[in-house]
Design a protein around this ligand. Structure first.
Ligand SMILES: Nc1ncnc2c1ncn2[C@@H]1O[C@H](COP(=O)(O)OP(=O)(O)O)[C@@H](O)[C@H]1O
Ligand SMILES: [Mg+2]
Length: 135
């Protein structure tokens, strides 16, 4: 699927719709340049799952958990990750095994850590505020 959006609001709306189709145990692997809207997309996922939580980038903490929706959402960011051991420390495998949704920004930095059944979502930056979201 491919969708062109023209604002952060539209990116969030696409993600919210996308969230409706996610089953427990889904993993959304997000790719795209800095500022493409990966975190905006996760905001839409949280909203679409019905979580009232405020989504912020987990760049320094590696993981944020958002609950209160249809499924818990585990938000990770591999941007500053240097190796898989850091992930082991936060219990990465346990999060993957949870009946929730994992959303991982910069998943392509450590593709070997991403399970084969992940849903890859790529966001590319166009002119003005346009983005192309492909999954
Ligand atoms: N169409 C769009 N989709 C997503 N974000 C957009 C769009 N147009 C402008 N923006 C802006 O681009 C930035 C995207 O930031 P963010 O989601 O943090 O990117 P990333 O997590 O990929 O680094 C935000 O400031 C957002 O308001
Ligand atoms: Mg981000």
């Amino acid at each position: 699927m491919k969708q062109i959006v023209k604002s952060a609001e539209e990116t969030r709306a696409v993600a919210a719709e996308f969230a409706a189709g996610l089953a427990p145990g889904s993993l959304v692997a997000l790719t795209g340049d800095l500022g493409s809207g990966k975190t905006e997309f996760v905001k839409g996922l949280a909203a679409g799952l019905g979580s009232p939580a405020q989504v912020t980038s987990p760049t320094f903490t590696l993981i944020h958990e958002y609950r209160g929706g249809r499924l818990p959402l585990f938000h990770m960011d591999f941007y500053r990750l240097t190796n898989g051991q850091e992930l082991e420390l936060i219990g990465f495998d346990d999060y993957l095994a949870e009946p929730g949704v994992c959303a991982i920004e910069w998943a392509n930095r450590f593709p070997e850590l991403i399970p084969a059944d992940a849903i890859w979502v790529d966001i590319s930056i166009g002119e003005n505020n346009k983005r192309m979201i492909c999954w």
